[in-house]
Ligand binder design. Sequence first.
Ligand code: NAI
Length: 318
Amino acid sequence: MANELRFDGRVAIVTGAGGGLGRAHALLLASRGAKVIVNDLGGSMHGGGKNSAAADSVVEEIKAAGGEAAANYDSVEEGGRIVQAALDHFGRIDIVINNAGILRDVSFHKMTEEDWDLIYRVHVLGSFRVTHAAWPHLRDQGYGRIVMTASAAGIYGNFGQANYSMAKLGLVGFANTLALEGKKRNVLVNTIAPLAGSRLTETVLPKEIIDNLKPDYVSPLCAYLVHESCTDNGGLFEVGGGFFAKLRWERAEGATLRLGRPFTVEQIAARWGEISGFEKASHPANIAESMQPVMTNLEAGPSKGGNDLIDVDLALGY
Ligand code: NAI
């Protein structure tokens, strides 16, 4: 195909690529010329056991289709070994897709510290360890593309998933800062919040829905994010079932009270509409933009007159 986006010469690590979304990502990248480390611990969806069969079968699929891949069976908690496998097999590393994941769903009042900790270790610590080991290689070569895998459960909350929600939104914050730190060296970091039928979702979604949420429907957006032509950085994307969209923060108009005197609960109550209403929303995209109203208020300085809200608005030019 003309203008096909290809990955020839690129080496990709896809964690948790023995099934579900990771498998689909790995197959797509390999079909476009990437050499792929197919990592999978091969355990249960709740984090128990291990088995090399899952990663092996995806490597076989890739090879049967004429692609290049090697299996790795380490847990993402041993991220350094996964990166070493990429260097040993293919001599470099360009792309990291942090995808491995498990669930320990239980309502919070029944959640144990082990449920909390295990989810943190696989999703957050695992993504940290793999990315941290790859980072110096990506920086030094002045090229890298990284994807984190978040979830709607983290963005919006989901009953029974306090541990998973914590981990998944934690990855968004992690990616936000990596995106800033990596940018100068052309190491770009984005996050997807996918929706797909897999063993993680087949127990909670009806079969007819699962059948229309193919992991293959998610991988093209993920692959675009790790392609050299994509310059998006620090983005968060919802993707699944044929829908693709970027998300961003929205901030209410907000209220500003002049400094130099105590603020009262009643003032907050009086301004609640501006503090919490989104009719005049803005979309701060970085810390400087987010701090802008505070800086304006600091520049205006302490109030000289009485504690009058109208006086505040006039002084600040609102
Ligand atoms: P899946 O269970 O089919 O695939 C996850 C893979 O990760 C499995 O093959 C598993 O063996 C592997 N894995 C688990 N722990 C590992 C570890 N410590 N080290 C290495 N590999 C490990 O699930 P699915 O749905 O494909 O999930 C992929 C990612 O997408 C996960 O991070 C999940 O949380 C996330 N996600 C999936 C959604 C969906 O609708 N399927 C929704 C939101 C997020």
